[in-house]
Design a protein around this ligand. Structure first.
Ligand code: NAD
Ligand code: TYD
Length: 360
């Protein structure tokens, strides 16, 4: 069946990669709900991090098509560009966890570097008649800039200095995306966002891991002294930023995304413990007793902090929520969605958790 024949009805056919993951599912939700004239082709390999239960409230329809595929599969990606008459790409598919990248760097090279170049090549081939009508938006991270000391913020002009296998693979993909702009004329946009938090995040990352462990009275593993700093942004504010950059950002440009919201890991976990003591009806200080200092992450970046003034000034974006409010909503979501988390934390998650934390 030539599904492309229906594309006349849609003003855009957007290929969203990684749309069953944490941030990708929020991006798909935003696009499907906000733009009824866009067709969203959601492509995801469904690795351990991809989860169709992240999309239960967005029905699969003519407007939202789900494809279980790998961004590294050249012939299949070419076929998808052709069959669905893809007009634009928003690329989020990636291996995304630093700790896993330390164990298995090659998987990060394959998906984050090779997969991205494969998508770029397919987009270039499909759009070569007129690049000006098409956008390739690459979703990247602030971790490409490396690690800050006590002062300063990452700006778009900060030199890349990635230090983990994860950030190195993302930095490499950013360079390829830019190269396809300068060399071939592809209309690319790159967003570099700080740490996200919110609903549907896989519980290998700090905030959902801590929430889940607090609920189950399990130790709260703090790497090193807990004094590393991250700059946290609510995932829906990131999705709004992607929407703004995809539509209004200048081609060839990068935009930093962040909310000036720095926390040391230990302050954040203590705050979470207090919040959850109240919600779970525990006495004050009870959950904090679960805090356990463990061996530090190898090459642990000290501090990330984003200057998002370009995005604010040029595209009028700003975060919609204060962190305390966003964290409150997030905790409530995890407490209300025990089925979602139970499904994830059974099976291979247990194996991962034991391997990752047994020697710490
Ligand atoms: P995630 O791990 O939750 O989701 C990644 C998704 O990509 C999963 O659904 C997975 O199945 C899919 N995927 C992995 N390999 C694939 C492949 N070869 N082909 C097709 N699909 C594949 O990640 P996330 O936290 O949602 O991050 C999404 C993007 O945003 C990533 O590119 C990440 O680098 C970037 N980012 C994340 C954060 C953060 O705090 N989580 C911050 C800034 C930028
Ligand atoms: P993480 O959520 O993995 O994001 P990233 O490393 O990409 O910033 O980790 C956030 C911070 O929390 C980071 O400094 C490492 C730390 N951390 C812990 O202390 N314990 C944990 O169990 C995890 C997963 C992270």
């Amino acid at each position: 069946m030539n599904i492309g024949a229906y594309s006349m009805n849609w003003t855009k056919n957007i290929l969203v990669t990684g749309g069953a993951g944490f941030i990708g599912s929020h991006v798909v939700r935003l696009l499907v709900n906000k733009y009824s004239d866009y067709r969203i082709i959601n492509l995801d390999k469904l690795t351990y991090a991809g989860n169709l239960n992240n999309l239960t409230d967005i029905s699969v329809s003519d407007q939202h098509i789900f494809l279980k595929d790998d961004i590294c599969d050249t012939s299949r990606i070419k076929q998808i560009f052709d069959e669905y008459q893809i007009t634009d790409v928003i690329h989020l598919a990636a291996e995304s966890h630093v700790d896993r990248s330390i164990e298995r760097p090659m998987e990060f090279v394959m998906t984050n570097v090779v997969g991205t170049v494969n998508l770029l090549q397919c987009a270039k081939d499909a759009w070569s008649n007129d690049f000006s009508k098409h956008v390739f938006h690459h979703v990247s991270t602030d971790e490409v800039y490396g690690s800050l000391g006590a002062e300063g913020l990452f700006e778009e002009t900060t030199a890349y200095d990635p230090r983990s296998p994860y950030s190195s693979s993302k930095a490499s993909s950013d360079h390829f995306v830019r190269a396809f702009h300068h060399t071939y004329g592809l209309q690319i946009k790159i967003s570099n966002c700080s740490n996200n938090y919110g609903s549907h995040q896989f519980p290998e990352k700090l905030i959902p891991l801590m929430i889940n462990n607090i609920v189950h009275n399990k130790p709260l593993p703090i790497y090193g002294k807990g004094d590393n700093i991250r700059d946290w942004l609510w995932v829906e504010d990131h999705a709004n930023a992607i929407d703004a950059i995809f539509h209004e950002g200048s081609a060839g440009e990068s935009y930093n995304v962040g909310g000036l919201n720095e926390w040391t890991n230990i302050e954040l976990v203590k705050y979470l413990c207090n919040t959850m003591d109240t919600k779970l009806g525990r006495s004050k200080g009870e959950s904090e007793k679960l805090i356990t200092y463990v061996v530090d992450r190898a090459g642990h970046d000290m501090r990330y902090a984003i200057d998002a003034s370009k995005l604010e000034a040029e595209l009028n974006w700003k975060p919609s929520l204060e962190f305390e409010e966003g964290l409150d909503k997030t905790v409530d979501w995890y407490l209300a969605n025990t089925k979602w988390i139970d499904q994830i934390t059974s099976g291979s998650y247990k194996e991962y958790y034991e391997t990752m934390y047994q020697n710490k």
